[in-house]
Design a protein around this ligand. Structure first.
Ligand SMILES: [Zn+2]
Ligand SMILES: [Zn+2]
Length: 278
């Protein structure tokens, strides 16, 4: 016990998944970096949302240049205190980001329904509207469509990190619209998982929905984490934080759980790149 608490007090977690006021974060990039420094983290990756037309939670192309140059400036300004990496959370449906980045997180957040984007993770009500209006009220058709895109996320984005693999479960603890034990759900999820096991990308264990009060466990589901670990697929621990106050939210607890299960995980970009042979 004593050793646990001693090592716990020393642990400072980096995160490669963090949002700022450039997209839907509440804190500026500099505030996020200062929070990481205050936490004692050795590095931080900023990964705002790539552009999706009509969505208010993404970067817009007119801000891409400013985003990139400001992060370069901040990286230089704080280089003696922390490593700052410049990334993007590249949505499955977005165009490629026009600047050379340190890394990409590949994520599916929306469907393209006849040229109009419908985001899946904004609220329970919006999610249920999509299921009713687009998928004839069938939540498993909805989940199948989500995992069809997820299965292809590496091919489309060539991401370093696969973002919140089962985001489609964001609201299942607060509303029973989707049963994650349903065989159709499991079949769709596991088909995507099988395809991505071959992709040279790391899966994240993401605590973002815990800090926002939707979930009590990180993405992905523990059964998925165990499958990944058994397959020797690396995991990277991230907070998907949208505020300087939650930058390391639930990372220590999640790390402790993984440690107890004997499941290894990474926290740094160098480890992610090493797996990719880069
Ligand atoms: Zn995301
Ligand atoms: Zn995110």
């Amino acid at each position: 016990m004593m050793q646990d608490s001693l090592s716990e007090s020393r642990r400072a977690f980096s995160t490669l998944h963090a949002h700022t006021t450039f997209s839907d974060g509440k804190s500026t990039a500099e505030e996020m970096i200062l929070s990481a420094i205050a936490n004692g983290a050795p590095e931080i990756g900023i990964s705002d949302h790539s552009y999706l037309c009509g969505e208010d939670w993404t970067l817009t192309p007119d801000l891409y240049g400013e985003y990139y140059s400001m992060l370069c400036d901040l990286r230089d300004k704080y280089k003696k205190k922390i490593k700052v990496y410049i990334g993007i959370e590249q949505d499955y449906l977005s165009e490629k980001f026009p600047y050379e980045l340190d890394y990409l997180i590949g994520s599916v957040h929306a469907f393209d329904i006849g040229g109009k984007y419908r985001s899946i993770d904004l609220s329970v009500g919006m999610t249920k509207d999509i299921i009713a209006e687009v998928f004839g009220g069938d939540p498993y058709l909805y989940a199948e469509a989500y995992y069809d895109s997820v299965a292809d996320v590496y091919n489309r984005t060539e991401c370093d990190i696969i973002g919140h693999f089962d985001l489609v479960t964001k609201f299942v603890e607060v509303d029973s619209f989707l049963d994650v034990n349903n065989p159709r759900y499991i079949k769709a999820r596991d088909a995507a998982l099988k395809k991505l096991l071959d992709a040279p990308a790391v899966f994240e264990v993401n605590t973002g929905a815990i800090s926002r009060g939707y979930r009590t466990e990180p993405y992905p589901d523990l059964s998925v984490i165990k499958t990944l670990a058994e397959a020797g697929k690396p995991l990277v621990l991230t907070s998907d934080s949208h505020s300087a106050q939650t930058l390391d939210f639930a990372l220590a607890e999640t790390a402790e759980k993984l440690d107890k299960l004997g499941i290894p995980y990474h926290t740094t970009l160098a480890e992610v790149k090493a797996y990719r042979g880069l």
